[in-house]
Write a protein that binds this ligand. Structure first.
Ligand code: BGC
Length: 563
């Protein structure tokens, strides 16, 4: 199941949508590049290995920029490439202003920025402000003595009189979130691994140091940041115990879910910090932007846009990565999300990432193309996860191959994230064109016909379909900025329109595994795109649209036929 985080069961709002249509003001407001564009997430360890060590690197990414330009995406988000002991594969950072030698050098990074820019590709960095590595010099200094000038940069607390931790808070990766430090006789807090101590964001020196980190990368030409675990950044100032979660199922859920993390996460002060991060980022230009990683129910998620739309430009919306793939559930989720978006908030959509099972493994094979159509036609910025454009699946990881610390700490519960992190497939050779090393850091896996070279040669491949769909999204501004309206539809069909001034497109997707008729009324319609290459794209008179199993289409309605 990947990282579940808390609240996943309740991620959808308890409120019913009052409206199924988006604010029309959004459709006329000018759009910034990141609103019109598509973000492509690269997990650098797994994208392309240029130096034969079995791990991807920056030069590997540079080699494949032409592919990303051909695909038609607008921005690359790189999961962390900073120096790290790799206890959590880069999310444990020991130096925020350098590149880990495993991935290359700062010079390689500068080359990446330049080469990406030459292809009109923007660069988004992962920013990990909640915690550092325990090997970061700040933490080493902090733990050196109670009198260290950096003691208060981290969260140190005395033991309870009986020697136990200061409260009951749990690490997301299992066990207590408190680690005893023998030398200085206090506990420190770590929301993740003990090798990832949490920073103290109530200390203004920490805020300044981390703002300087943002400046360092902005000066090097970065266009935005994805802020890791934004909702964890600040904790309860009274350190109260978290209450038990009455619906916890120990057989299937990570131990972390046994408590409701109401005091350790999502504290009201987080919004002031988010606004401050945004101020720093926007001081480098109005088109620089900040995405927040936030796994919370919708009403709470919306608060991360900030009280005056001055918080995160986009708190990530993980609905499609988490919900059951049923047409009614999806329609309801989209409607709720649209209805709850505050004034001035820009929507976004995600099918998967390096913490969640791949979309092609979550849903039925005949639904995979329709999922891409949905991602790329809903209102808002889509983020694609590398390899999903090929239809890559989660790969089986044998117990001896496990790398992910989450799986190692709580084995067998399906928490492991290695299956969705396996190497990108560039061709059908033994290392899949990812590496010429005989030992890639994670196995290449099965179904090796799923790869860029083979799919580029096949006009019916999902890769060519996604590339054409992106080209259509670019050609039709209505798909970038039009409003969203749900259309009446019964299971297994999803149907909605996107409208910009007088232009309107209908998107209809059949999630079923048999032919399904969708009533259109007496109209002349032209199909401008289908996930099924067998469809005839001519102008047709239709009362009912017959959709093949899994088929999704984009239609323009040319009006009623003359009698
Ligand atoms: C990242 C994870 C990481 C965790 C701790 C996240 O949400 O996406 O991959 O393990 O933060 O940094």
């Amino acid at each position: 199941m990947g990282l579940e985080f808390a609240f996943i069961g309740g991620i959808m709002s308890k409120l019913q949508p009052s409206a199924q249509s988006s604010a029309s003001s959004d459709s006329t407001s000018p759009q910034l590049w990141w609103q019109k564009g598509i973000i492509y997430q690269i997990y650098p360890r797994s994208f392309a290995d240029s130096n034969e060590d079995g791990v991807g690197d920056l030069n590997g990414i540079i080699r494949h920029l032409d592919y990303l330009q051909w695909l038609g995406v607008d921005a690359l988000w790189l999961s962390p490439v900073y120096p790290s002991p790799m206890a959590d594969f880069g999310y444990d950072i020991s130096n925020y202003t350098d590149i880990d030698p495993l991935f290359g050098t700062l010079a390689d990074f500068d080359k990446l920025v330049k080469e990406a820019r030459a292809r009109n590709l923007h660069l988004v960095m992962d920013f990990v402000p909640n915690h550092t590595s325990d090997q970061h010099p700040w933490f080493k200094e902090s733990r050196s003595s109670r009198d260290s000038p950096r003691r208060d940069w981290y969260l140190w607390k005395d033991a309870k009189p009986d020697g136990s931790p200061p409260n009951n808070w749990l690490s997301m990766f299992g066990g207590s979130a408190w680690e005893w430090d023998e030398k200085t006789g206090q506990y420190y807090y770590h929301g993740f691994l003990k090798e990832q101590p949490d920073l103290n964001w109530r200390n203004p020196e920490v805020v300044k140091a981390m703002s300087d980190v943002l400046r360092f990368w902005l000066e090097r030409g970065v266009d935005g940041f994805r802020v890791d675990v934004l909702w964890h950044i600040i904790k309860d100032d009274q350190w109260r115990d978290n209450p038990p979660n009455p619906s916890f199922d120990p057989a299937t859920e990570p131990n972390y879910n046994s408590l409701e993390p109401v005091y350790s996460t999502d504290r009201p002060e987080v919004h002031e910090i988010t606004m401050e991060l945004r101020r720093v980022i926007e001081s480098y230009g109005p088109d620089k932007f900040v995405i927040g990683e936030v796994y919370l129910p919708l009403e709470k998620l919306m608060a991360y846009y900030g009280p005056k739309a001055d918080g995160a430009h986009m708190p990530y919306n993980f609905l499609l990565a988490l919900i059951d793939w049923q047409s009614s559930t999806i329609m309801q989720a989209v409607g709720q999300y649209e209805a709850l978006l505050p004034e001035g908030a820009w929507p976004n959509w995600v099918l998967g990432n390096h913490d969640k099972p791949r979309i092609a493994s979550r849903i039925k094979p005949h639904q995979v193309r329709g999922a891409q159509l949905l991602l790329l036609t809903l209102r808002g910025t889509p983020t694609m996860y590398y390899g999903d454009e090929l239809g890559m699946h989660d790969e089986a990881i044998a117990p001896t191959q496990v790398q992910d610390p989450f799986e190692k700490r709580e084995p067998g519960k399906g928490n492991g994230r290695d299956p969705e992190r396996t190497p990108m497939r560039w061709n059908q050779e033994p290392g899949a064109g990812f590496t010429s090393s005989e030992t890639p850091w994670l196995p290449i896996g099965d179904n090796i016909e799923v790869n860029v070279a083979s799919e580029k040669d096949d006009p019916d491949s999902i890769l060519n379909m996604v590339q054409q769909l992106i080209a259509i999204r670019r050609k039709y501004p209505v798909l970038q900025s039009g409003s969203y309206d749900a259309l009446p539809a019964s299971p297994p069909v999803i149907a909605f329109t996107r409208t910009l001034q007088s232009e309107s497109l209908h998107i209809v997707i059949n999630l079923g595994d048999s032919v399904t008729l969708y009533p259109m009324g007496r109209v002349q319609a032209k199909c401008i795109f289908s996930t099924d290459s067998a469809r005839d794209l001519d102008l047709v008179l239709m009362n009912e649209l017959a959709l093949a199993p899994g088929e999704g289409v984009i239609l323009t309605i040319e009006g009623e036929p003359a009698d």
